[in-house]
Write a protein that binds this ligand. Structure first.
Ligand code: SF4
Ligand code: SF4
Length: 198
């Protein structure tokens, strides 16, 4: 009985192996190939500019206070004259967001009455340390200029809560396939010197 069940199990295992060996692969070679992400996929954050090209954040601290993970920290610069409009407005001098402990609840986006903080669809570069996932104002502003924001901002999320019609999410731009890295040319072996040592 023991030997018989051994062969039965072996045949079953072989059948599973053979069945899977000829199936098309279900994995892709990331990052050369990126699967289409869900319509409302959100990955990281950006601080957007206002209509005058200045950071729209006025350091009201609403996002900092509502964040359940307490990962947003900022320093208000108080009110000063805008170099663009000449009008007085409030500024944030520092804005730090620790993505490593964020739970992607989007509450910070929802409470922002200036639509200054939004989420973006592209994930950040993978990091080796938690410190690499702590983003300062420069990084968050750069994300606004280089990455695709999700459909949501404070105004739209607040309208959704009030039962107003929500716009459809924009389709994600197709990622460019990355070129394959060229193999390094192999170094020629050095001829031995007269003393016999290489
Ligand atoms: S991002 Fe919005 S909610 Fe947060 S401090 Fe700036 S203006 Fe206020
Ligand atoms: S998504 Fe939620 S946890 Fe993440 S920073 Fe915003 S409020 Fe905090």
């Amino acid at each position: 009985m023991g030997v018989f069940s051994y062969w039965i199990d072996t045949a079953r295992a072989l059948r599973t192996t053979l069945r899977n060996a000829f199936r098309p692969p279900t994995t892709v070679e990331f990052p050369a190939v990126i699967r289409p992400r869900a319509e409302r996929y959100r990955a990281s954050f950006a601080l957007v500019d206002d209509e005058n090209g200045e950071c729209a954040c006025v350091a009201c601290q609403a996002c900092e206070k509502i964040c359940p993970s307490q990962v947003i920290k900022m320093k208000s610069g108080g009110k000063r004259e805008s170099p663009v409009t000449g009008k007085k407005r409030a500024y944030a001098d520092e804005f730090v967001l620790d993505l490593s402990a964020c739970m992607q609840c989007e509450l910070c986006v929802q409470v922002c009455n200036n639509d200054a903080i939004v989420m973006i669809r592209e994930p950040e570069e993978p990091a080796y340390t938690r410190a690499d996932l702590v983003f300062d104002m420069a990084h968050l502003r750069d994300n606004a200029h280089t990455k695709t924001a999700t459909w949501a901002n404070g105004t739209r999320l607040q309208e959704m809560q009030e039962g107003k019609k929500v716009p459809k999410a924009k389709p994600e731009p197709k990622p460019e396939p990355k070129p394959e890295p060229k193999p390094e040319p192999k170094a020629e072996p050095k001829p031995p010197t007269e003393g016999g040592t290489p």
